[in-house]
Design a binder for this molecule. Structure first.
Ligand SMILES: [Zn+2]
Length: 193
């Protein structure tokens, strides 16, 4: 679900990455863009390898992932980039996306999928990156080093926040209110340096 008014974004077809989300008006840095909603599924019972839609799953807990409603426009359509202009912020156990910098009209909104390092046993890897940024790694997978830093950050963060209650098969409902801006941005610094 986009928390940003629909006058700010549109869904368009990209050249190589299927659909993507583009800004229609300037989106100011720190603006909250969306909440990743969907059905909570048990990842242990989910056949990740045989579902190409697996990339739409969003982490919720170590056991549960969010499976979005693919019939509706939502943040699952935001493509990966090695130089993203959006980032993730966990707010009341919900996964919000917010703008890392001012996003100009017409720019594509992008996020890092933060995939775990490539597992060489599954070949060929389908997570090739076509983001076109100057520092494109050619893959959506993080390096071992960056992934370790990301895990360490998450573990520290998890200790601070209450563990969400998971009911598999249930839909994650919209929060009663959302912040307009996310002003802290420590996660990005951990991964980008
Ligand atoms: Zn890339």
């Amino acid at each position: 679900m986009f928390s940003l008014k629909d006058s700010y974004w549109e869904i368009k077809k990209t050249k190589e990455k299927g659909f993507g989300v583009f800004s229609k008006k300037e989106i100011k840095a720190s603006t909250v863009i969306s909440d990743y909603l969907g059905k909570l599924i048990n990842i242990a019972e989910y056949d990740l390898e045989n579902d190409r839609k697996g990339l739409y799953l969003m982490y919720y807990t170590d056991q549960a992932s969010i499976y979005p409603d693919l019939t509706k426009p939502g943040p699952h359509l935001i493509n990966h980039s090695c130089a993203p202009n959006c980032w993730i912020y966990i707010y009341h156990c919900h996964t919000l996306f917010f703008a890392l910098r001012n996003i100009k009209p017409g720019e594509e909104l992008t996020i890092s999928y933060l995939l775990s390092p490539k597992d060489e046993t599954y070949k060929p890897c389908v997570h090739n990156c076509k983001c076109g940024s100057k520092n494109c790694n050619g893959t959506m997978h993080l390096t071992k080093d960056k992934y370790k830093r990301w895990q360490e950050f998450q573990n520290k963060d998890k200790k601070k926040t209450k563990k969400p209650k998971v009911v598999f098969g249930k839909n994650l409902m919209k929060l009663s209110s959302y912040p307009k801006f996310i002003l802290t941005n420590p996660i990005y610094q951990i991964i980008s340096t």
